[in-house]
Design a protein around this ligand. Sequence first.
Ligand SMILES: [Mg+2]
Length: 211
Amino acid sequence: MSRKLSLIFICISLICVGCPSGPKKDEIRWVTVEEIARSLENQPPMKVGFDVDDTVLFSAPGYYYGQQKYSPGSNEYLEKEEFWNELNNGLDKFSLPKECARTLIALHKSRGDTIYFITARQKTETETVTDLLAKTFNLDNINDVIFTDLKAQAILNHDIQIYYGDSDADMKAAVEAGILGIRIMRAGNSTKRPFPEYGSLGEEVLKGSEF
Ligand SMILES: [Mg+2]
């Protein structure tokens, strides 16, 4: 019996060792928009970057629609050019702007910062995402959305100093480019799974940024 118990104990220990151990909620480096504003107070205007999906737009409705239409129950729709054409040319009319993005963009606008949007969405011949973001966030002279998987390179190419994003890939791109990455949290019903472990890369996480 005791042998059995120790075997169970060993198995549980092994399972736990294999578990990813992200920071506990009280160990996360939380940051607020007010704190970001204060940290930038004496700094000249700079270039900042934002990811699009789940960072500035809650775009799950368009992705959900695409999945139902092109590959119910699987992620194959993400390989279909037709889906990306539809998504980038109108489905964002169903995307909800995130409140945290409104506040952050207003802060950077008020400082005179230059704003870039960088997305890993597949590039399509035409897109209406740039216009939609311009209208949604009241951005005159908006820079065209940058569609690329190589976000670190885009950050470096445009001399961006702060990059906001929800995915590990966003935070890793910021690290790779040697700049500050700030994590935006996904809304709980985002279709993008699995959810990342906020703060697991040592990054600052914007408080309340699910909305
Ligand atoms: Mg994203």
